[in-house]
Every structure is written in structure tokens, then in C-alpha cells.
Design a protein around this ligand. Structure first.
Ligand code: ZN
Length: 271
């Protein structure tokens, strides 16, 4: 059994050396998962945008990716993504561990529970109308805690809270949209965090994500506009930190889950 899955965002296309590609057919479509050793154990890695960044955020098959990890028995997912800063204090290059999100996507399929597909989670069949809860923790507290401890041990600056706003894309936001998101309480903005986080919760899989700020969002931090290349340059400089952070956090994630994420489906399991 593979207990940990990592979903890599922009820039993170190869994490595991000598990995083996496993093509998994799920009820929601195929997923490419790379299995290999990382952080001292075998993990499952999915480059969210494909190996060559060929899949745009709105075309990512979030359901197939998460369900494929579920089929492998994964109980913990750590995701990474590139974000823009709504909060001007989060300079490009800052690494943020969001504690909550606001989902502003419009056209994505955000649930496994469509009333037709049979969902199997760790051998249990889930039935009925399922509305999972995102409280008291939107993201897994045990993974977040392991990431914070790993950052402290490695001397990597990790901002331990932030509200992640997810947009549909593909375009970047307008200055008015960013002002609105700021009033709503958003700190960082990206295009891939949702519905991914909630889909993991729907299968009672622990999920947390690490966001690298690559640029200021529209209208934040002055008039300077970053090109896509500048965004990738800042991100690539932080990739080494991110990779070390992920590897060390794996060694700190408890084997037995004590967090509430594991009970997300307790009332819906078909006994
Ligand atoms: Zn958890």
C-alpha cells in the first residue's frame, strides 16, 4: 500500500527518481501516477499539469487524479501550486501553507457523488446523498503540522496560514477581481486548489497544500507586471526548498491517522 500521494503543481513535474509510471483507469477517466521512493518510502506522484505542462488548470482531471490515489490506498495527499499574492505582505518567493480556501471556479465537476457512480473508499461502499463537511479543518491538521515542523527543522520560512482563492482561469484576474477577493479575505490566488482539496475530503483522504508565491496579483505590489517566464524563474528557485520540505514532512507524518479527515465519510458508509 502507498500511504502518501504528492500532486505537483507548476514547475514540479519530476519529483521521484527512477519512478515507475502506472496508468490507472478510474470511473472518471485515466490518470498517470508515478510510483517511487521519496522521503524514505514509496509514494505516488502526479504532475498535475502533465510531465510537460500540457494540461491547463481547467482541463486537469481532478476527479481521476484523486480517485486514482484512492485506488492505490493513499490516505494522505500533499499538493503544491503556484499562486499570486493578494496580500501584499506575501512577497514573490514566499512559501505559504494555506489554512482555508474560497472556491470561485465556475465550470468544474466538484463532486464524486453524482448519484450514479459507485464510490469505494478503502474497501467500503459509500451510498446515499453525501455532503461532506469542511470543518473544523479545511486542510488536514496533521499534514500541516508535519510541514511546519519540517520547515522549522530545515530553516525554511513557511507562512503558516492564508486563505487560498481559486479562480477558473485560464486568464489571470482583473484588478477589480483581486480587490474583491481581498475584501472577501483572500491572501493568495491560483487556479488549481479547487475542487482538488474538497475531492480528497470526499474520499476521507487527508489533504494539505503548499503554495509558492510567484508574483503579485493584478493591482497588488505596484504596477510591475511579471511575464510567465519570470513567474517560472521565481518558482524554480524555490523548487529545491519545496522538494526538501516535502521529503522531510513525509518522515514526520504519523503512520496512524488521528485527525478528523479519516472520519469524513463515517455516516455514509454502507454497512
Ligand atoms: Zn487528516
Amino acid at each position: 500500500m502507498v500511504r502518501i500521494g504528492i500532486i505537483g503543481g507548476s514547475g514540479l513535474y519530476h519529483l521521484v527518481e527512477n519512478s515507475k509510471l502506472k496508468k490507472i483507469d478510474t470511473p472518471f477517466g485515466p490518470a498517470n501516477v508515478y510510483l517511487g521512493m521519496f522521503g524514505g518510502e514509496e509514494i505516488a506522484f502526479i504532475p498535475r499539469h502533465g510531465e510537460k505542462h500540457e494540461i491547463p488548470p481547467f482541463k486537469v482531471n481532478y476527479k481521476a487524479n484523486i480517485y486514482a490515489l484512492n485506488m492505490l490506498g493513499v490516505e494522505r495527499i500533499i499538493a503544491s501550486n503556484a499562486v499570486g499574492a493578494i496580500n501584499p505582505e506575501l512577497m514573490p518567493g514566499t512559501i505559504v501553507l494555506p489554512h482555508d480556501f474560497i472556491d470561485l471556479t465556475k465550470c468544474r465537476d466538484g463532486t464524486f457523488y453524482n448519484g450514479k457512480t459507485e464510490i469505494i473508499v478503502r474497501g467500503r461502499r459509500i451510498k446515499g446523498v453525501v455532503h461532506i463537511s469542511m470543518t473544523p479543518y479545511t486542510y488536514c491538521p496533521e499534514i500541516r503540522s508535519a510541514l511546519m515542523s519540517a520547515a522549522n527543522q530545515l530553516g525554511i520560512h513557511l507562512v503558516d496560514k492564508g486563505v487560498y482563492v481559486c479562480t477558473e482561469g485560464n486568464r489571470f484576474e482583473t484588478p477589480a477581481e483581486i480587490r474583491a477577493m481581498s475584501i472577501m479575505g483572500g491572501d493568495i490566488v491560483g487556479m488549481t486548489g479547487c475542487p482538488e482539496a474538497a475531492l480528497a475530503r470526499e474520499l476521507a483522504i487527508c489533504y494539505a497544500s503548499v503554495s509558492i508565491v510567484t508574483n503579485y496579483a493584478a493591482g497588488v505590489g505596484g504596477e510591475k507586471k511579471l511575464t510567465h517566464q519570470e513567474v517560472l524563474d521565481i518558482f524554480s528557485r524555490k523548487l529545491e526548498d519545496l522538494s526538501r520540505l516535502l521529503a522531510s514532512s513525509i518522515t514526520l507524518i504519523p503512520r496512524e491517522r488521528s485527525c478528523v479527515c479519516k472520519d469524513a465519510l463515517a455516516e455514509f458508509i454502507d454497512h
